[in-house]
Ligand binder design. Sequence first.
Ligand SMILES: *[C@@H]1O[C@H](CO)[C@@H](O)[C@H](O)[C@H]1NC(C)=O
Ligand SMILES: *[C@@H]1O[C@H](CO)[C@@H](O)[C@H](O)[C@H]1NC(C)=O
Ligand SMILES: *[C@@H]1O[C@H](CO)[C@@H](O)[C@H](O)[C@H]1NC(C)=O
Ligand SMILES: [Zn+2]
Ligand SMILES: [Zn+2]
Length: 617
Amino acid sequence: MARDDPLLVPRASSDHSSERNDEEVDALLTGQRLDRDERNRRPGFWREVGLFAWALVATAAVIVLAVVYQHQQNLDHKSGKWAPGEKPTGKRNLIFMVSDGMGPTSLSLTRSFRQFQSGLPIDDVLVLDRHHIGQSRTRSSSSLITDSAAGATAFSCGKKSYNGAISVLPDHSPCGTVLEAAKQAGYMTGLVVTTRMTDATPACFSSHANMRSYEDLIAEHQIGEYPLGRMVDLMIGGGRCHFLPNSTEGSCRGDDKDVVKIAKDKGFSYINDRKSFDGLNLGSSIKLPLLGLVADTDFPYEIDRRHMNDKYPSLEEMARTALKALSDATKDSEQGFFIMIEGSRIDHAGHGNDPAAQVHEVLAYDKAFAAVLEFLENDSTPGILVSTSDHETGGLATARQLRESYPDYKWFPGVLANATYSSEYLGNRLNDYLKAEGKDADKKARREYIRRHMLEDGLGVFDATDEEIDALFVEGKRGDYVFADIVSRRAQIGWATHGHSAADVNIYASSPDDARALIGNHENIEVGSFLADFLDLDLGRVTKQLKDLSTAPEIASADQYSWMGAPLGDDIVVDELDSYHGDFKRMKRDGTIVDMMEKRGVEKRGGSGGCGCGAVH
Ligand SMILES: *[C@@H]1O[C@H](CO)[C@@H](O)[C@H](O)[C@H]1NC(C)=O
Ligand SMILES: *[C@@H]1O[C@H](CO)[C@@H](O)[C@H](O)[C@H]1NC(C)=O
Ligand SMILES: *[C@@H]1O[C@H](CO)[C@@H](O)[C@H](O)[C@H]1NC(C)=O
Ligand SMILES: [Zn+2]
Ligand SMILES: [Zn+2]
């Protein structure tokens, strides 16, 4: 205290230095320029008294302000709020949520659906709505429309890359990720998803691959079979099939590597079903590291999972479990944890153009978001939540013009509320039926079976026409798309594509103060930079390590990056936008592309959905 803290010390009027201080405070408060010559004027008695009184009042005010500010600072640190421009310090947790494929219209769709279904007032909003802070622009290095791989690389590395890239840059070198850097800085790390653990978003945090389709390779990286060794402490999701050897039932690996066994040998505990998930006791009985693969491939959509709750946990349950486990595991350590939690299948519902499946996916995500907020409220370690999407999917519109005449301004949530299953689920039931008893049934019997058991019981649609039903039998037509279209038309919901779109997506946070740098409109890579900054991570150092052959001489070979899988052909554009080559005429309606484009190497990029990623999402 004392002399070097002039604002807090009461001063006598005879003290010249304090008189100067008083004038300076006065000048600061009134915004007037301080005239140094004033000091040489002999002050009169009243001026002396006035200055003394002013000094007393000002000092008292400053003390009060200082105490309040101090108190506020303590409060802020408890709740994880950081003053503007201030970098967080001390132990802290970072929870990053990804709503894959959820654009702004998904929120409008789901909000209105929920209000309709539960009879809620107009101002009843989603939890997400109350935490909206900004928007993210999503283009990749190779396209104005990103895929999930380039989208997640923007978050994991803070860098733009090409569609299909799993934390690999356009120059085909690996980039260090937030999760890897966090682990190396002493944080515990986790991934929770409702798709395959090896799918693009979780893969980008925990592996490096030239193409997202190298899921067998990604599985190996995720348990530590790559230059950095084991970086993930907790994984709960689907995609078990990529971890099982091809000799085992339920495997989708191309080789006979038993990745589960390798993981166990490395010390992972392993769970593979609902029963063993329940054994985790919502996180209080977990032994880390944990490999939790609770579904063969993707989880069922939430709209279907509700009917199979004894087989699959919800995203909320998995999120709560992971947070409890990571919080307990870091209770006595210097650093907290980083976790990525993904509502993976909002995207799939968009690809399927299925609005009924989508609203339930978004509601499940909203619940998980709320559970994370509750965790943050209770946990003694400060932490923040940031949530965003990698892109929009489907070109969803809460409007649809069905006829030539000017359309009504309406869409009908009641149609979605009538559906009890997804179009994906019903499409699978349709295929089962057509392979079994429906194979020999006549047209009329088939129509009646499908009308009753699928359209009425599954979708709550009672007015399907014969033409609509017959479209389900057209060779080569996807039943799930037909079901989804039957629902979408009735609800007057529009879709522009079965793929992604270039729409900006929303950014959410536990509070705007928790993520000031993300308020407003941003490039997606700024989200990645924010994650790294918040934990004070040096991604460049990890990148160097990944590029250094001596990090893992037993894995690195003559070809420095062979551990990232087969390289891309030189003809594949990775860092510039393609341009129009009369594609409209050359692209046939069934999606095949005629020769000239094939010569340009487009067939490789276009062949599997046009995203250059070897998979459709
Ligand atoms: C399983 O993988 C091995 C190589 O690891 C391969 O030789 C074999 O053909 C595969 N078997 C099947 C059925 O795909
Ligand atoms: C948070 O605390 C409340 C009140 O003590 C409790 O009911 C709730 O279960 C806690 N939630 C979590 C996620 O710990
Ligand atoms: C929803 O289902 C009910 C029967 O359960 C039916 O009467 C009603 O017409 C359906 N509503 C819509 C919008 O399809
Ligand atoms: Zn995506
Ligand atoms: Zn997708």
